[in-house]
Design a protein around this ligand. Structure first.
Ligand SMILES: Nc1ncnc2c1ncn2[C@@H]1O[C@H](COP(=O)(O)OP(=O)(O)OP(=O)(O)O)[C@@H](O)[C@H]1O
Ligand SMILES: [Mg+2]
Length: 355
């Protein structure tokens, strides 16, 4: 059963279209992530699901009930949703406990139930020690967790999260990712999660919607988004990639500015963009797909992160750590390619090295 149905939703502000033709069904218990660069329309979509913004056309249904269209707008508090906004707001005049308890208090739940639930949630968001603190006495990341706790406490069927971890340090952020995923599974709730951080999208989602300039580029599992990106934008936005221009014909690709010829048995012919992820390149001593010289290398512990000059191009290569320091700068090395993607040339120039 689908919990949220989005049917041909578009959004315009004045003459500017910020979302085009969003159609999908979010199934029961699904973790959906809207992923894309700043300004692509993620928050706008979330605000429409929440009921803070009307679509310019199309309809949104929750549990089969029409909640948003040009003429209908069911208010947020009647949608059974919990939310954490990008600019999270906690009540400044209430301590942490009361902030988290607020949604239960307005539902007039018994005192004992409120205490139990709030204490459990405070534990989940690692704020038990701060229950009596006022928001002004908390760091940004702690306030963000108060907002998350407040959204979770009423056990909503749908939880909308807009970059809820943006103010946390790296360690806490990873831990909270795990916690959010656990909570979602335990409570069996639907999550619509907005982020521009691809690793958040990869680790938590059942399906990822990659959006660019208001247009959905691909809807897929994290694995497929990474391994089978539909176009150059998705390949570039999710993970690291080297782009090379070339011409594909007769089972081979001639690369611009590079002498080596790539064997290719796929069906894209003519002008192409070849996308090679740095981790799909491996430095070896002798004969290989590509040949060049190491320009720089960085020992990262688990891998050797290098730049390799191949003809006129410089490629980023993430090779195994054992290759670090093994080859001189003047030495010709081989680069073995374990996997690459070929897209029809769309006329755009991509950066050769994306970090
Ligand atoms: N009320 C508004 N009036 C006019 N334009 C708006 C309004 N709200 C958002 N926009 C525009 O719509 C586009 C999408 O904005 P949105 O906030 O959805 O982006 P986003 O993907 O959430 O970006 P970020 O990652 O920076 O938060 C932007 O170009 C923004 O300037
Ligand atoms: Mg936003």
């Amino acid at each position: 059963m689908s919990v949220i149905t989005i049917d041909h939703v578009t959004k315009q502000f004045g003459d500017t279209v910020v979302l085009r033709e969003f159609t999908d069904e979010f199934k029961e218990g699904e973790f959906i992530t809207l992923l894309g660069p700043s300004g692509c329309g993620k928050t706008t979509m979330l605000r429409m699901i929440a009921g803070f913004e009307k679509p310019s056309s199309g309809e949104i249904r929750i549990d089969g009930d029409l909640v948003s269209s040009r003429d209908v707008l069911v208010p947020p508090e009647e949608r059974g949703i919990g939310m954490v906004f990008q600019s999270y707001a906690v009540w400044p005049h209430m301590n942490v406990f009361d902030n988290v308890a607020y949604p239960l208090k307005i539902r007039k739940r018994p005192k004992e139930e409120i205490r139990e639930k709030v204490e459990r949630i405070l534990e989940i968001v690692h704020l038990s020690r701060f229950a009596q603190r006022m928001p002004s006495e908390l760091s940004g990341g702690q306030q963000q967790r108060v907002a998350l706790g407040r959204a979770l406490v009423a056990e909503p069927r749908v939880l909308l999260l807009d970059e809820p971890l943006s103010n946390l340090d790296a360690v806490l952020r990873e831990r909270m990712r795990f916690e959010i995923k656990e909570i979602q599974k335990k409570l069996g709730i639907n999550v619509v999660y907005v982020t521009h951080d691809q690793s958040e999208a990869m680790t938590m989602s059942d399906r990822v919607f990659v959006i660019n300039s208001g247009i959905i580029q691909q809807v897929d599992s994290p694995v497929n988004i990474y391994r089978k990106p539909k176009n150059q934008f998705v390949a570039d936005f999710v993970g690291k990639v080297n782009f090379l221009k070339g011409t594909s014909a007769d089972g081979r690709i001639r690369l611009e500015g590079i002498e080596d010829i790539l064997p290719y048995d796929g069906d894209v012919t003519g002008k192409v963009d070849v996308a090679i992820r740095p981790e799909n390149l491996r430095i070896i001593g002798g004969e290989a797909h590509l040949h060049g010289k190491i320009v720089s290398e960085f020992f990262m512990g688990d891998v050797n992160d290098c730049r390799v000059q191949i003809g006129e191009k410089e490629l980023r290569v993430i090779s195994d750590a054992s290759t670090y320091g093994k080859f001189g700068r003047e030495e010709t090395i081989g680069l073995e390619i374990s996997d690459f993607l070929v897209f029809p040339d769309n006329g755009e120039d991509f950066d050769e090295i994306l970090t």
